[in-house]
Design a binder for this molecule. Structure first.
Ligand code: ATR
Length: 280
């Protein structure tokens, strides 16, 4: 009997249901990771994907069905707060949520992306008092800026400068992303984070390799491919490199902790995710 069959056999009508809502949802690694964790920790639960067209109605349905928790992905992360009962610390300021827990019928929203980025970095390097340069000012960047500005000096460079300026309310300095600013800011930075989608499924990088120096830590939130052009260039220059799968792992670890109280093993989660990525 396959492992999946074993997982299914453990479910019964009292099992808890967790979900991912978004559109599209089919490429997500979250179902395989959370289902493996439920199995490993002997929790009678399943994690399903729901491709949602009408967010408000789907939330009502999830209340009726007593769904115990769910993740939220594109395009609903920014618009979901108004359908929930409460938003946990930070979520309101970031304005973007990726995790909801059902606490005795109350839907409470969290953002675990910032935690994911912070723990991915901390696994490999110290972030306290560091100069951190973030490329991008979208949803992911917002959560990262909010979290990391508690630890270091954060500068954001973004193609659309107004969006970078908006992040100043979260504690960062915002400027336009152009070669001049990039070269200058990189000279004074300890950590460089690509929080844009550039590099996803393509051989492109926003950073000319000549700007990279070996004392820089380079973290890319893109995880497909696992080694983006930016990370390969950085590795070749002798930088410490951290891939986006680590962020995905740690944000998932935090969601799992919110839902179950259990701290999962990030190395196990990564093994599961890598195995799945090889099949994609
Ligand atoms: P997410 O929620 O995943 O962060 P998003 O909100 O669409 O996604 O944000 C994508 C980020 O990548 C933005 O900062 C975007 O820059 P703009 O605000 O100027 O659109 C950035 N981005 C995407 N493609 C880019 C490119 N080719 N060059 C520079 N920045 C890019």
């Amino acid at each position: 009997m396959s492992e999946i069959d074993n997982e299914m056999r453990r479910l019964d009508k009292k099992s808890n249901v967790f979900a991912l809502i978004g559109n599209p949802v089919k490429y997500s690694l979250s179902p395989i990771i959370h289902n493996k964790l439920f199995y490993k920790h002997d929790i009678k639960a399943t994690y399903i994907t729901l491709e949602v067209e009408d967010l408000e109605r789907s939330i009502q349905d999830m209340r009726m069905l007593d769904i115990k928790g769910f993740n939220v992905t594109m395009p609903y992360k920014d618009g979901i707060a108004k359908y929930l009962d409460e938003v946990a610390e930070g979520g309101e300021k970031i304005g973007s949520l990726n995790t909801v827990v059902n606490e005795d019928g109350e839907f409470i929203g969290h953002n675990t992306d910032g935690f994911g980025a912070r723990e991915a970095l901390r696994r490999f390097t110290d972030i306290e008092g560091k100069d951190i340069l973030i490329l991008g000012a979208g949803g992911a960047a917002k959560a990262i800026v909010y979290e990391l500005s508690k630890y270091g000096e954060v500068t954001v460079l973004n193609r659309t400068v107004e969006k970078a300026k908006k992040l100043e309310r979260l504690g960062a300095e915002g400027k336009e992303l152009n070669e001049h600013n990039l070269e200058r800011e990189m000279r004074g930075s300890d950590i460089l984070i690509n929080a844009t989608s550039v590099g996803m499924n393509e051989e492109e990088s926003l950073v000319p390799s000549g700007f990279l120096r070996s004392r820089l830590t380079v973290f890319d939130i893109v995880y497909h491919p696992i080694e983006t052009k930016l990370l390969r260039d950085a590795r070749e220059k002798g930088c410490l490199v951290i891939d986006g799968l680590w962020m995905l792992i740690y944000q998932g670890l935090k969601s799992f902790k919110i839902w179950t109280g259990i701290r999962a093993d990030p190395d196990y989660m990564r093994k599961v995710a890598l195995r799945r990525l090889k099949d994609v």
